[in-house]
Structure formats: structure tokens, C-alpha cells
Design a binder for this molecule. Structure first.
Ligand SMILES: [Zn+2]
Length: 286
């Protein structure tokens, strides 16, 4: 089994929204804002190359949204999902499984693309099964007013209409049946209903895809929450438990959204778990 870090493209989000009630004087040290108060955000995915599977975890913003939509998100840099896959020797059609931590557009936008004549949408991975969690699917397809702008219909309905959608239930990793891959999922409900955070055993390390539970190194302190969280108090509990465990068991945190830090370990301090060391994926595993 091999893992690959796949950059699907960078964008920007409002720094204030990314740090909620934390004052800018504090978060601006780790995540410096530009003149529009926007901070750098990555959409870094993980590709698992297993015996007969090629599993992609999350897939970024995609390319099908309007220019008006993208103008709000200041895309920057040269990364694209297709090119990053190609650089590792793969094509979009090689992907067998698309695992989505949750269905906010910056995590699953790459799942769906325009069809050839631009008359409708189709799965961007035509040979893949798309995996989400059942309660999360309901939550996303009947969205609350708070998250409505993050769950885009054009990302969701084509997955179902194509017949490629499948569900993971708590305690199951069905899509990895017969695999020898050490793969566990932490379900967290604070950011959104049933966000799924993969824990992968690889080269004697536990690598955790932290998605929106810990978006960047700047979010390692428990109260540093984004204001996108629907249940902030629950996120704090979940984060505290997770970070304590991660520090104790020496987990390697893989950041989807940190444009400048790929992986880190934690150390326990009197203030709680804090950053220990950062790594690039290549220096750690290649
Ligand atoms: Zn999210």
C-alpha cells in the first residue's frame, strides 16, 4: 500500500470566519491575513494506492462553479486535482473509491463536473463508488439555513442520480472489505453532522486526515474554532479528546486546509496539546 499527498488547489477564506471569536491579533501570527482579511487555504487530499483500489479522500473545490462564485474564494497557485493525480501516474478514471469527509463544497466539489456539452452534471470519477455517511447525506440534502450555502445541490444530486453513491455506517469501513489496510474512522458532529476523519496506519505511523476538525496548525488550541461549526461546544469537546489522544499516541496530523504545513505531531504542555514538529509528506514517508 502506498499513500500520496494530492494538492487539489489553493484558495482563500476570511480569517475572521476561520477563527470565530479568537481576536485577529492572535490568529494573524500563525495564519497571516492579506489586505482583504483573507487567509491562505489548501485543499490537500490523500490518495491511497492499495492492491486493487485507488481511494481518494476529499477532492477540493472542483472546476464547475461560475466565475462569480470562484471570485469569492480567490483561488491561487498552480495546483489542480487532475494534474496532481497525473504527476503520481494516475488518471481520474483510475479512482475506484471517492471518500468524502463531509459534503461542504470545498471537500467534495471535485466529485462532479459539467458533462461534455455543458447541459448538465456528471461524476468526475466515472469508475468510482462515492462514499458518504447516511445521516450526513440527509443533513446535506435537506440543509439547515446555516449550512445551506456550503451544501451545493449540483455537488450532491448527480452522485445519487448516477447510482455511484454509497453509504458508510458508524463502525463500518465497508468500502475496504478484503483490504489489509489499517483504516479507522473518527466520526465528529461539531463541525457538521457526522464528519468522518480517516485514521490510517502507514509505515508504523498513524496518519490522521484532520479535515475541518483541525483545519490548520493555527487551530491546534482547543478554543480556536471556525465560525462555520454548527455545534461549537461539541467541537471543543471532540477536539480536546482528539488532540489529547493524538499527543499521547504520537499521531501524525495531515492537514487538508493548511497551505503551508502538510503534517505535524503534537506535544503535551501545561496549556494542553500544542504543536511539536511539522513535516512535509515527502520528508516523512519518501
Ligand atoms: Zn466543512
Amino acid at each position: 500500500m502506498l499513500l500520496h499527498s494530492i494538492e487539489a488547489g489553493n484558495f482563500k477564506l476570511d480569517g475572521g470566519a476561520m477563527f470565530g471569536v479568537v481576536p485577529k491579533t492572535l490568529w494573524n501570527r500563525t495564519n497571516p491575513a492579506d489586505s482583504n482579511n483573507m487567509i491562505d487555504i489548501a485543499t490537500r487530499c490523500l490518495l491511497i494506492e492499495d492492491v486493487d483500489k485507488l481511494i481518494l479522500i476529499d477532492n477540493g473545490l472542483g472546476t464547475k462553479q461560475s466565475e462569480k462564485f470562484f471570485n469569492y474564494y480567490y483561488r491561487w497557485g498552480n495546483y489542480s486535482l487532475e494534474t496532481s493525480l497525473k504527476n503520481k501516474g494516475f488518471h481520474m478514471d483510475d479512482i475506484t473509491d471517492v471518500f468524502m469527509t463531509h459534503l461542504h463544497f470545498d471537500h467534495c466539489g471535485g466529485s462532479i463536473q459539467w458533462n461534455k456539452n455543458k447541459t448538465g452534471y456528471e461524476p468526475a470519477f466515472k469508475n468510482a463508488t462515492y462514499w458518504t455517511e447516511k445521516n450526513h447525506w440527509q443533513w446535506a440534502t435537506q440543509p439547515n439555513p446555516r449550512e445551506k450555502a456550503s451544501f451545493l445541490k449540483e455537488n450532491l444530486l448527480p452522485m445519487e442520480e448516477s447510482g455511484q453513491l454509497n453509504f458508510i455506517n458508524r463502525g463500518e469501513t465497508m468500502f475496504l472489505q478484503n483490504s489489509e489496510l489499517g483504516f479507522d474512522i473518527l466520526f465528529a458532529d461539531g463541525h457538521t453532522e457526522k464528519q468522518m476523519l480517516p485514521h490510517i496506519k502507514y509505515k508504523n505511523k498513524t496518519l490522521v486526515f484532520t479535515a475541518d476538525l483541525v483545519p490548520t496548525v493555527g487551530h491546534i488550541s482547543v478554543p480556536y474554532l471556525t465560525s462555520y461549526d454548527t455545534r461549537p461546544l461539541l467541537t471543543m469537546t471532540e477536539k480536546e479528546q482528539f488532540l489529547n489522544k493524538a499527543a499521547k499516541e504520537n499521531y501524525y496530523l495531515f492537514f487538508e486546509h493548511d497551505a503551508h504545513n502538510e503534517i505535524c505531531t503534537l506535544q503535551t504542555t501545561e496549556k494542553g496539546p500544542r504543536l511539536n514538529k511539522t513535516f512535509t509528506f515527502d520528508e516523512l514517508f519518501n
